[in-house]
Design a protein around this ligand. Sequence first.
Ligand code: PMP
Length: 399
Amino acid sequence: MSLLERLQQFTQQHVTTDTDSMAPLDAVIEHLYSATEGSIKGRRTILVGTNNYLGLTFDNQCINANHQATRTYGTGTTGSRLANGSYAGHQELEQELAVFYGVDHSIVFSTGYTANLGMISALVSKGDTIILDEHCHASIYDGCKLSGADIIHFRHNNAEDLDKRLRRLGDKTSTTLVIIEGIYSMLGDRGNLREIVAVKQKYDALLLVDEAHSLGVLGESGRGLSQESGVEEHVDFITGTFSKSLAGIGGFCVSQHPELEVIRYTSRPYIFTASPSPGTIASIRAALEIIRNNPCLREQLWENASWLYNGLKSLGYDLSPEVSPVIAVNVGERVNALTMWKKLFDRGVYVNLVMPPATPNSKCLLRCSVSAAHTHAQLNVVLDAFASFQTPTLKKQLA
Ligand code: PMP
């Protein structure tokens, strides 16, 4: 089969289906009315698949900061920081992130994806070992592959399994990196951080936690699961993204280890890509300030998450394990998932359709992400749309 034929086969198998006249990639947002509502295919649609956890995409302070920085510094940096130079904003944001996390070192990357790629591939290399939770995000897997290190998975959130695998490594644990997430991106459950920290301490391995979905969401001041679990000083590296609660684009790593600074000279995904634009950096700085000063946004987010989770639960749906701003509805077979996704869309509700292999346990999921900016009225529309599937046939299919 030729290269192009392989792509054609993929299209037939994965992009179009008999039951579906509209594929998920056709869901183009033509207009946005707010952080939680837009127009797709001419229909007013409630957005429940955005990761816009604090609803800051339309915040005036963020927009003004972006606007002003763009006027002052231009639209783009047109190159990487090592080759073309840093802007003052990059360094100021790095200082502010370090202060926010209470550490001495911080690096900004161009996306959350490159933060994981850049950190993992610079920390470990051929001959070293990575042990990662089996539910980790694709960017973590890709970073592992790029590093050339040996890759071992441990069972999701199972500290005993991690312990067993570290024990087997003997004296290689000093060149081992353990990786987990704060809130897992597909099922929305928290990492089992306290127990995992205890195990990594026992074997003297390094620990990296990706707080992409937990920054601004967990912890007394929004620093994530590491803060909520009270183990921040034992987490060696925290990575994260600016594309979710901070409502922009970019990524970062913070650490108490001074060695983090060396990464700037050794990490290919840091060196060989353009740095974030001045406008983006300015809006992220404004968003970080909002997170610091407005814990009420986090409270509202959790209130909304409980509202939707409990509502779906009472409709009888098989949900992800805990109340969380990421709520995964297990809908069984692929054809069922596509039908439901399309019907929700027809009722003005946009959720994420997630199919294997992107899902853990090979389940088809309708993934909802809740925002502090959702109103109860909007969430009730979402619940009504899900309630419409409670016909005997669909109930049987879902069983
Ligand atoms: N880590 C996790 C856990 C993610 O879910 C994502 C994106 N969904 C990323 C990293 C990558 O972030 P970004 O979109 O900023 O590249």
